[in-house]
Design a protein around this ligand. Structure first.
Ligand SMILES: C[S@@+](CC[C@H](N)C(=O)[O-])C[C@H]1O[C@@H](n2cnc3c(N)ncnc32)[C@H](O)[C@@H]1O
Length: 259
């Protein structure tokens, strides 16, 4: 039986949901949250009616909830939404509503939101162009669109998507900054600001978060170690820090205005 991409997403993120609330392995999702909130700062308004697309456990929604009127956190995976709702309740956050839905087919009328955000989703979804079109469609004219994602740096050697899929079969494709900006422009929004930075991450926490099967995890360790020893480039840019295997992700933030 063929498993669709969205079925893979729900299967993988149902396994990962609890880990998103576990400080032992979720650092990649919390460490640069402040930087994203600072990037969003000029766009935040207490009157904002906000949508977070592919929100997962709504870490971003919860980080901005007190700065806006309301946030709808939409995701495909019920277990991620349920974990996020428990976390929001525990934090006393009352203006985030959790909704199951498809980012590529948003269940909202045109021009419904004044701020639309998504993080770590375009590399995950089957059709990133459709997601960006939908985010733009549901934004009011003048609404801010915020996209934060992992990107493939220009000139990178190797095939990082292959390693990412070994770790998590629901991984889609890393895009370049230019490709993401192109999707935004094609959807009719105007890019205003961007930010980019590298994040060196411990390999073991990354594998633990996804509960990568032992065999695949061993293969990833082997390929990254071989690259450090002068072998072929994996595209993961491995480094040793304090004797521990790490790798490098490039984060990209983009702010645009819906036309
Ligand atoms: C890497 S997680 C990121 C979660 C959250 N955005 C964050 O940054 O903490 C990717 C999320 O995208 C969701 N997702 C993937 N495809 C989706 C789709 N077509 N519609 C809605 N959510 C989707 C998954 O269920 C998962 O929660």
């Amino acid at each position: 039986m063929t498993v669709t991409h969205d079925e893979k997403v729900v299967r993988e993120f149902s396994k990962q949901a609890a880990a998103f609330a576990d400080p032992g392995v979720n650092a990649a999702f919390t460490r640069h949250l402040d930087r994203l909130v600072r990037f969003m700062e000029p766009e935040l308004d207490l009157e904002d009616v906000t949508l977070e697309v592919a929100a997962g456990t709504a870490l971003v929604s919860r980080a901005v909830a007190r700065r806006v009127r309301h946030v709808t956190a939409l995701d495909l995976t019920p277990a991620m939404l349920a974990q996020g709702k428990r976390d929001a309740d525990a934090e006393g956050v009352t203006n985030v509503t959790f909704t199951r839905g498809d980012a590529a087919d948003l269940p909202y009328l045109d021009r419904s939101f004044t701020l639309v955000v998504t993080r770590f989703s375009l590399h995950q979804v089957a059709d990133p162009a459709a997601v960006v079109r939908e985010m733009t469609r549901v934004g009011r004219p003048g609404a801010a669109l915020i996209i934060a994602d992992l990107v493939r740096p220009a000139g990178l050697d190797g095939d990082p998507d292959r390693i990412e899929r070994l770790r998590d079969p629901s991984h889609g494709t890393l895009r370049t900054e230019e490709e993401i900006a192109g999707l935004v422009a094609a959807a009719g929004a105007e890019v205003k600001r961007t930010d980019r930075f590298d994040h060196v991450r411990p390999l073991e926490a990354w594998l633990a978060l996804a509960q990568t099967p032992d065999e695949a995890a061993a293969q990833i360790r082997k390929e990254l170690t071989a690259e450090l020893d002068g072998g072929p480039a994996t595209g993961m840019r491995p480094v040793l820090q304090d004797g521990e295997l790490h790798f490098t992700h490039t984060n990209f933030f983009l702010q645009a205005i819906v036309g």
